[in-house]
Design a protein around this ligand. Structure first.
Ligand SMILES: C[S@@+](CC[C@H](N)C(=O)[O-])C[C@H]1O[C@@H](n2cnc3c(N)ncnc32)[C@H](O)[C@@H]1O
Length: 200
């Protein structure tokens, strides 16, 4: 029988190696997410950038699960007043640092237990909300960070052509939908992008 402290160390080692964060770090290191910059993914980024610009001439943007900052590259620096990208992958955030500027920064943070300072006009979950343990609680916790008149933009890929019904239903229960936009590519991938405001 191994010593209890050795056992605890082993369990913690296994937990780390099988964690979602560990897997994302491995995948970013291996370049598995390089395809996000591909033209096949462009539609949803364009919609998110377009919706942001539709509502705000110079938005304060919070990009949650920002990865390597592909979305930031779809904006001209004049499109935003401030941009903060958050992701739990240290590898992704390290790679994103090449994009940082006076107005744009990237920090490591876990969306399951995020404490954010500041006020934002646009809070974005671009293909990240379905990884979060409790999407409804995570979104509600950010209500205090949304500026008056601010919006949430949430993009989720339609898996096997099907929308992620349960997450959308939860969001529709706590937020007021402004618009729902569907995009697809020639390969048959499709995404649903929904724009919300806080309920009055
Ligand atoms: C499919 S990628 C999308 C990346 C980026 N939003 C984009 O579309 O270019 C999902 C991202 O969510 C991040 N992520 C997943 N779960 C997370 C969590 N609990 N906290 C922070 N980031 C998370 C991953 O590290 C990854 O960068």
């Amino acid at each position: 029988m191994p010593h209890p402290s050795l056992m605890a160390q082993f369990i913690s080692f296994v937990k780390r190696k099988t964690s979602q964060k560990y897997r994302f770090n491995q995948q970013y290191t291996a370049g598995k997410w390089d395809g996000l910059s591909d033209i096949r993914e462009l539609a949803r980024y364009s919609v998110i950038a377009g919706v942001t610009k539709h509502f705000f001439s110079s938005a304060r943007i919070l990009d949650l699960g920002c990865g390597e900052g592909v979305l930031l590259q779809k904006f001209a620096p004049t499109d935003y007043a401030a941009y903060l990208g958050v992701d739990f992958s240290e590898v992704a955030i390290q790679n994103a640092q090449t994009l940082k500027s006076e107005k744009a920064s990237f920090v490591v943070g876990n969306l399951d237990s995020l404490q954010v300072n500041g006020t934002y006009d646009v809070i974005i979950y671009n293909e990240s909300l379905y990884y979060v343990r409790n999407p409804k609680d995570a979104v509600q916790a950010l209500f205090k960070n949304l500026a008056p008149g601010g919006i949430f933009i949430i993009s989720m890929v339609d898996k096997h052509g099907k929308e992620r019904e349960s997450v959308w239903t939860e969001l529709n229960g706590i937020l007021e939908m402004i618009e729902k936009i569907k995009v697809s590519n020639a390969a048959g991938d499709s995404w649903t992008v929904q724009v919300y405001k806080k309920p009055r």
